[in-house]
Design a protein around this ligand. Structure first.
Ligand code: ZN
Length: 46
């Protein structure tokens, strides 16, 4: 049983989970703030 955590801040994911699609992958984060950070980070590395 993998515990689901935010890909950005590493907090545990609870009721509110936001899915961000990065290429073929779907990454789960805890809030819009983290979703934005993730999109920014991946956009730079592309
Ligand atoms: Zn987060």
């Amino acid at each position: 049983m993998a515990e689901r955590t935010c890909a950005v801040c590493d907090d545990k994911l609870e009721a509110t989970v936001i899915e961000v699609k990065i290429g073929d992958q779907t990454v789960e984060v805890c809030c819009e703030e983290c979703a934005d950070k993730l999109r920014e980070a991946t956009a730079k590395s592309a």
